[in-house]
Design a protein around this ligand. Structure first.
Ligand code: ADP
Ligand code: MG
Length: 250
């Protein structure tokens, strides 16, 4: 479903991604671990084409993201084509990023109506089902500021799902939450995993990785240092850097 191939990304002289390869199969959950500054957020942002690549390519469900190939070369897509591609890629941020002036329900209805041209009635019905799914049906008419951080993040997940994405990207979805609110958000993500949603989750929650991930990827210094099933990477890492990182976070 997601194919990241030889991706390089620099900001000026700083090379942040130095040749990243990653494959995610449909219905699988990939958890990305790694120290701060290793390039995890930048990788997610390149998958969503919020950042342009310097080298390499990324495809989702067989379609190149941000570029088209012709005559053996990559050409940048027009902004409107990139926006269309982005509707297939859900993104959940650390800080929820809900629209503060819209109710919970309207947060879920806005994009399907404006980006996908869904009839409003259908979008409202779908939003109701999604809120039920994340346990917030009773909060449809509330505003984001009236919700706890955990509830806001569950709304943000429902909003991402409202576009029926092919893949859902999470960038440290529980890092901004008080500890007692982390579980309710992870439970929603676990439920999505059970129903076969393709997801890439950047997180420091090792227990979650162990329980939910099909593949754990350890990044450091802008490269994938190692990847494999959770038991292999977490319990028997082959690389010294992975072991050193895990001994700090476990
Ligand atoms: P992580 O998410 O693993 O902590 P990031 O991808 O956020 O790492 O950042 C990797 C490196 O890239 C850091 O050194 C960061 O300062 C740098 N960086 C990220 N975004 C930008 C940007 N827009 N401009 C310049 N440097 C950036
Ligand atoms: Mg980050």
């Amino acid at each position: 479903m997601v194919d990241v191939h030889g991706v390089h990304k620099s900001f000026g002289p700083l090379e942040v991604l130095r040749g990243v390869d990653l494959q995610v199969r449909a219905g699988e959950v990939t958890v990305i671990l790694g120290p701060s500054g290793s390039g995890k957020s930048t990788l997610l942002r390149t998958i969503n084409h919020l950042e342009k690549l310097n080298r390499g390519w990324i495809s989702i469900d067989g379609e190149l993201i941000g570029y088209r190939r012709s005559g053996g070369k990559l050409h940048e897509l027009k902004e409107k084509d990139v926006l269309r591609q982005r509707t297939h890629i859900g993104f959940v941020f650390q800080n929820f990023n809900l629209f503060p002036h819209l109710t919970v329900l309207e947060n879920l209805v806005e994009a399907p109506v404006s980006a996908l041209r869904r009839p409003r009635k259908d979008a409202v019905a779908a939003a109701g089902r999604l809120l039920e799914r994340v346990g917030l049906a009773d909060k449809a008419d509330a505003y984001p500021r009236q919700l706890s951080g955990g509830q806001q993040q569950r709304v943000a997940i429902a909003r991402a799902l409202a576009l029926e994405p092919k893949v859902l990207l999470f960038d440290e979805p529980t890092s901004a939450l008080d500890p007692e609110l982390v579980g309710e958000v992870l439970d929603v993500i676990k439920d999505l995993a059970r129903t076969g949603t393709t997801m890439i989750v950047v997180t420091h929650e090792i227990g979650f990785a162990r329980e939910v991930a099909d593949t754990v990827v350890f990044m450091d210094g802008g490269v994938v240092v190692e990847q494999g099933p959770p038991a292999a990477v977490l319990d028997a890492p082959r690389h010294e850097r992975t072991g050193a990182f895990l001994s700090k976070v476990l």
